[in-house]
Ligand binder design. Structure first.
Ligand code: BGC
Length: 253
């Protein structure tokens, strides 16, 4: 497996990237962040990703590139699109990036990448059984691991509770939009994680997303059978996980 890989994390507001030491699980050098171009269209995003890679010292043409994206990604094709242009739906994104960047890339769902980072370097390291990673941000992302293996594209943020797609009630964006107190938000999270637990009986639940840095405000309020812990990699989780996945895939090909 390559020691270095590039990780790129595409989101609705920003696109971040860095060169990663995949053995240590650390960024090498600066994290580069650009705004997501207005409209979030495929060609525009691919151009920004190319700029980020060009601005990255220490990466060669052969360095594996992993890109994580807020969508279901099945065999390189983006099947949905959260907070980016609907033009991504059904697009062979792997082909687009390979052409635009002039190198092979590996693409995966953003929450899957964040989960991989926790599994390899963070809160789920060496954990067996069923582990569910959740990211609380604009939406709710999720990643499912069984005995250290990723089951890709679990879309558990969209569990329907009380007749609604519950990411619209329990994401961090919902807390902000509705000005919910930590207590009020924790009430919604309780409902969400209880349902997740009833359906899957996970051994461990990890809570990521930027708000997880404030985990003492809401995690202790949740009553669940499963252990529930904050993510350890937070801001860089997508980058680290995408880089690891690219290096791993490179090694297999
Ligand atoms: C999308 C997921 C994504 C998550 C976090 C959800 O709305 O359906 O694919 O992982 O947001 O970005």
């Amino acid at each position: 497996m390559a020691r270095k890989a590039i990780g790129i994390d595409i989101g609705g507001t920003g696109i971040k990237g860095a060169l990663v030491d995949v053995k240590k699980g650390e960024l090498i050098g600066e994290r580069i962040r650009f705004m997501t171009p207005e409209g979030g269209r495929p060609e525009d995003i691919a151009r920004v990703v190319a700029e980020i890679i060009a601005a990255m010292p220490g990466a060669s043409r052969w360095t594996p590139v992993g890109i994580c994206f807020p969508a279901v990604v099945q065999h390189g094709t983006t099947m949905s699109a959260a907070n980016v242009s609907k033009d991504w739906i059904g697009l062979d994104a792997e082909k687009l990036f390979t052409e635009k960047l002039g190198r092979r890339v590996h693409i995966l769902n953003d929450a899957d990448a964040a989960g991989v980072a926790e599994l390899k370097y963070g809160a789920a390291k060496k954990r067996k059984g069923l582990v569910i990673m959740t990211t609380l941000g604009t939406g709710i992302g999720s990643a499912l691991f069984i005995n250290g293996h990723l089951v890709p594209n679990a879309e558990l943020g969209h569990l329907e509770i009380d007749g609604v797609d519950y990411e619209t009630m329990a994401s961090f964006a919902a807390k902000e939009r509705e000005n919910l107190s930590w207590d009020e938000w924790a009430g919604r999270l309780q409902k969400y994680y209880s349902r997740l637990e009833a359906l899957f009986s996970p051994d461990l639940i990890i809570v990521g997303g930027g708000v997880s840095k404030n985990h003492t405000e809401f995690l202790p309020k949740l009553k669940l059978r499963a252990e529930i812990v904050p993510a350890q990699k937070r801001n860089s989780a997508g980058i680290l996980g995408a880089a690891w996945a690219a290096a791993d895939r490179h090694a297999e090909d």
